[in-house]
Design a protein around this ligand. Structure first.
Ligand code: HEC
Length: 169
């Protein structure tokens, strides 16, 4: 990698690091714009290589269940991972969960994300921002889609997560 590219990557990561906290407070921001920003953060952090697999699922590819696809891979960023490991009962602001949904042929079909926003952002949806994005960037759902929130609401006591067990066990 040459120096210019390296510097560019460094600045990009730095910028997103600085931007993230302000983004997380934008309760009135356009959900599509927020989705694009969050997908940008995911990409800039090369999350498939630098994040952890979500505790509670098999590392790497695992067999999924409806509605998320035949094969899945689910990642959490360091903020979420550390909180889960420390037995917190709610994930802190800035926690990211990203789940990739694959077809049985292992072709990426969609990415679903949950991002923990500031308190009061959307209490009825756990203050999570939810989105589903196709590989070409088309946004299928963003904000607090009734489908995501309705189903994940069954896990409200576990901060709306199905896989990781919060609070230590
Ligand atoms: C009908 C129920 C249902 C709906 C609707 C649903 N999910 Fe899920 N979701 C699940 C289940 C069950 C799991 C755990 C198993 C797995 O990993 O697929 C899960 C897991 C996840 C995870 C991994 C984190 C975790 O532990 O829960 C994310 C991220 C996620 N869903 C995002 C979304 C988004 C975004 C939407 C809406 C676009 C959505 N889900 C809609 C049932 C649902």
């Amino acid at each position: 990698m040459n120096k210019v590219v390296k510097n560019f990557m460094f600045i990009t990561v730095l910028l997103f690091g600085l931007l993230a906290p302000t983004v997380l407070a934008q309760g009135d921001a356009d959900p599509e714009e927020l989705t694009k920003k969050f997908m940008g953060i995911l990409e800039s952090q090369a999350y498939e290589y630098t994040w952890h697999y979500e505790p509670g699922v098999e590392p790497g590819f695992y067999e999924g269940q409806a509605p998320h696809g035949a094969i899945l891979r689910t990642f959490v960023n360091n903020i979420a991972y550390d909180a889960i490991q420390h037995g917190m009962t709610e994930l802190p602001v800035g926690s990211f969960v990203s789940k990739q949904n694959y077809t049985p042929e292992k072709v990426l079909a969609a990415t679903t994300i949950m991002v923990k926003m500031e308190e009061g952002f959307n209490a009825d949806a756990g203050d999570w921002f939810w989105a589903k994005v196709q590989p070409d960037g088309t946004i299928d759902a963003a904000g607090a889609p009734a489908g995501c929130v309705g189903c994940h609401g069954a896990k409200k006591d576990n901060d709306w997560l199905f896989n990781a067990t919060l609070g230590g066990m």
